[in-house]
Design a protein around this ligand. Structure first.
Ligand code: PEP
Ligand code: MN
Length: 350
């Protein structure tokens, strides 16, 4: 991919309300946050699950964003989901566009938007698709790059999950990390607001994003979130935004201090040794699984016995609990181990 990275400050901050609600609302918020914000955000067209919900003020809201531009000097951005939205934004001189999670899921929509941007040099930020499929995320970025958009960034806004969770959208941090490996120079911005779903979690998620070295933050901010027309639970106040950004701890990825580097190396060596032991033990476990498979085969037993599976999950979770280890993590690991154990047994018994 041919990329041009204009993000030179960390964290690069995009902030503003979920939706543009009036000229005075966007101006007030922009004025309150302009000193800590690189780009002002506000949705003009809102993709809402419920058709009776507020769907944004549309074209008129773009005029309010122009007012933010001219009175505060801030760059402004909004979500586009159709070529018509793109046309309106380009005509109005909106500085940056983003593609929402509900659009990234559909290659037809992304391609139409890409066509409407052919030959235009405007930064475009692509949110991850709603469900955890990294190929769609990369595909959308590629479609835009192919029509000549070089100034691209990804926005990590979490993923829908059926499981009960503290988050509105599961962060699944491994996915932005994977994306970083797939497209080397692509800036990745975290949107803690849509991951959190509630304002009290935003600060923590923003810190995690910095800890894994993401490049920026998109934070929904309102002077009076309680009365916001969309996403009211997750918007932070303008005052909170200042506090969150001020409290962020930015760790150095290029370690300057050599002694510190040595210490880190030692820890990494220890981790390498432990990982080696874990793999050896998994191999030992696999050998026993093979013996069991032969035994089951001889005695005409089924491979999968549900009571045994419940017992494994229960006892392993208990051990985790005693060790104050994340029980869900241990359950997930054993689900994987068990899955491969079943595959192995199936191979042997076939
Ligand atoms: C938004 O940024 O307000 C929005 C609708 O986000 P997402 O596409 O991540 O749901
Ligand atoms: Mn929102």
């Amino acid at each position: 991919m041919n990329l041009k990275n204009n993000i030179n400050k960390k964290p690069y901050v995009i902030a503003g309300p979920c939706s543009a609600e009036s000229e005075s609302q966007v101006l007030k918020i922009a004025n309150d946050i302009k000193l800590v914000t690189d780009v002002f955000r506000a949705g003009a067209w809102k993709p809402r699950t419920n058709p009776n919900a507020f769907e944004g003020y549309g074209e008129i809201a773009i005029k309010w964003l122009q007012k933010v531009q001219s009175t505060t000097g801030l760059k402004v951005s909004t979500e586009v989901a159709t070529p018509r939205h793109v046309e309106i934004c380009l005509k109005a001189g909106i500085d940056m566009l983003w593609i929402g999670a509900r659009t990234t899921v559909n290659p037809f929509y992304v391609q139409e938007i890409a066509e409407s941007l052919r030959g235009v040099d405007i930064p475009v930020f692509v949110k991850n698709p709603i469900h955890p499929e990294i190929g769609l995320w990369v595909g959308a970025l590629e479609r835009l790059n192919k029509v000549g958009i070089n100034n691209l960034a990804a926005i990590h806004r979490g993923f829908y999950s059926y499981n009960e969770s503290a988050f509105r959208n599961e962060p699944k941090w491994e996915l932005p990390i994977k994306l970083r490996r797939e497209i080397k120079d692509l800036p990745i911005i975290c949107d803690p607001s849509h991951i959190a779903g509630k304002s009290s979690l935003v600060e923590d998620i923003a810190q995690t994003a910095m800890d894994i070295n993401l490049d920026g933050l998109m934070i929904e901010t309102h002077f009076n979130p309680k009365f916001a027309l969309s996403d009211h639970k997750q918007q932070v106040t303008t005052k909170q935004l200042h506090k969150i950004l001020n409290n962020l701890v930015l760790r150095d990825t290029k370690l300057r201090d050599e002694a510190f580097k040595d210490e880190l190396l030692q820890f990494r060596n220890e981790i390498d040794i432990l990982d080696h032991k874990i793999i050896v033990q998994l191999n030992n476990r696999k050998k026993i699984v093979e013996t069991i498979a032969n035994f089951k085969s001889k005695n005409k037993l089924t491979i999968f016995q549900i009571e045994r599976w419940f017992e494994i999950i229960k006892t392993r979770s208990l051990i985790a609990k005693e060790l104050e280890l994340d029980e869900k993590m241990i359950q997930d690991i054993f689900e994987l181990i068990h899955k491969y154990s079943i595959i192995k047994q199936t191979e042997i018994m076939r």
